[in-house]
Design a protein around this ligand. Structure first.
Ligand SMILES: Cc1ncc(COP(=O)(O)O)c(C=O)c1O
Length: 406
């Protein structure tokens, strides 16, 4: 195995995205090989023993070491400007892995209702069974975060921008509180990716990803990742190694290549989303548009401070029409778009339209839906790489569609 290059931030993001983490087998292939093997051979019994004891860093077994997974981890760690990364089978297994690593019975997670639906369910329905308590505060209210810390608080967990409402937390402020009380701060950076925002540079302890989204970028594989200081990542790696939510080598191989185009995609998709968000804001049937870089977003100054771009996710709330049934208005639009895909995913090159209330957030309680602002009039868009004007025309005809038109 030839030595890999990890440039340790000396080169620019785009160069690191294409060059870092790579290693070659003896054939010296240019495009990195795919290592579809569950285990690795040892040259001797002594070497086997040294690998298990950690004296020799070579490969052992793909539940905990695989060249493709390592390549992906090294490249993503470089892009997030962290020391180390651990990859997992999905975003949710990354969330579960940090919880298994840093929490025990009697501990508390301090978090916010402005979270992805499954994360809320994992906290509320699963972790509570193990006597872990969950305290919810407003994502954007630093004073409430600080006032809510108790001796039991072990983790501060948030997404910024949040899914689906694009609320923005002040990363500097969150990191300051976490450090003051010696709590581990974790930011799900799924909507931005390191091409837009690098939470570790603001003092956040761990960055978490659903790599299924913009990191893959083409809706092909499930994956998750956690990046941060070696000491914390090694603790998580031990849990992943023994509990088994390992990333498959094939998925890692796909994602490693996806990172090469991350910057180009995020640039183009954010640029398009910014235009579409401004266009939506002028539409008479829309009450509110949620997009980080719109001046109407109450946290847009914080967003501009910590994000390079606005990202590719937009949510908008339709004006209420009391005489119409719940969900009817949003579903009519979703059923009548011609280019947008009706799917629950986001972060694809193909634009996606979603009704969070009846899909991604349908299993959370009405109280939580209310607290997180997810109602039946809300639509989420994930903007892809299609022509911006085509997407605007598609939304325009769907927003204007009436049954009487047919
Ligand atoms: C913000 C966020 N975090 C985590 C996840 C979970 O990721 P996965 O579906 O890869 O398990 C999602 C999925 O939509 C998400 O949107």
């Amino acid at each position: 195995m030839k030595k890999k290059l990890v440039s340790k931030n000396k080169l620019k993001f785009e160069t690191r995205a294409v060059r870092d983490g790579s290693f070659r087998s003896g054939a010296n292939e240019h495009s990195e090989s795919l290592f579809l093997t569950s285990s690795f051979m040892f040259d001797s019994a002594e070497q086997a023993s040294n690998r298990f004891s950690g004296l020799d860093a070579g490969m052992i077994y793909s539940r905990f070491t695989n060249p493709n997974v390592q390549m992906f981890e090294d490249r993503l760690a470089s892009l997030e400007e962290g020391d180390a990364c651990v990859a997992t089978a999905s975003g949710m297994s990354a969330v579960l892995s940090v919880c298994l690593t840093f929490l025990k019975s009697g501990d508390e997670i301090l978090t916010t209702p402005s979270l992805f639906g499954a994360t809320l369910q994992l906290f509320d329905n699963v972790l509570k069974k193990f006597n872990v308590s969950i305290k919810y505060v407003s994502l954007i209210d630093l004073q409430e975060w600080e006032n809510s810390v108790t001796k039991k608080t072990k983790i501060m967990y948030l997404e910024t921008p949040s899914n689906p409402l694009n609320q923005i937390a002040d990363l500097n402020g969150i990191a300051r509180i976490a450090k003051k009380f010696k709590i581990i701060s974790i930011v799900d950076n799924c909507l931005c990716t390191p091409a837009i925002q690098k939470p570790l540079n603001y003092g956040i302890d761990l960055v978490l990803h659903s790599a299924t989204k913009f990191i893959d970028g083409q809706g092909r594989v499930l994956a998750g990742a956690i990046i941060g200081k070696k000491k914390l990542i090694n603790q998580i790696k031990t849990v992943v190694r023994t509990s088994g939510p390992a990333l498959a080598p094939f998925n890692a191989w796909i994602l490693f290549r996806s990172l090469e185009t991350l910057s180009v995609r995020m640039n183009a998709q954010s640029h398009s989303a910014r235009k579409i968000a401004s266009w939506l804001e002028k539409n008479a049937s829309i009450a509110k548009v949620f997009y980080p870089f719109l001046e109407s977003n109450p946290q847009h100054k914080i967003a501009k401070n910590q994000q390079l771009m606005g990202g590719a996710v937009i949510s908008f709330q339709l004006k209420n029409q009391n005489d119409l049934k719940k969900n009817y208005l949003a579903w009519r639009i979703i059923n009548n778009v011609k280019i947008f895909s009706n799917s629950a995913n986001l972060g694809d090159t193909r634009s996606i339209i979603t009704h969070p209330y009846s899909t991604t957030h349908s299993r959370i309680t009405e109280t939580f839906k209310k607290k997180s602002g997810v109602n039946h009039l809300l639509i989420r868009l994930s903007i892809g790489l299609e022509n911006t004007n085509d997407l605007i025309s598609d939304l325009d005809q769907a927003l204007n569609y009436r049954e009487s038109d047919t």
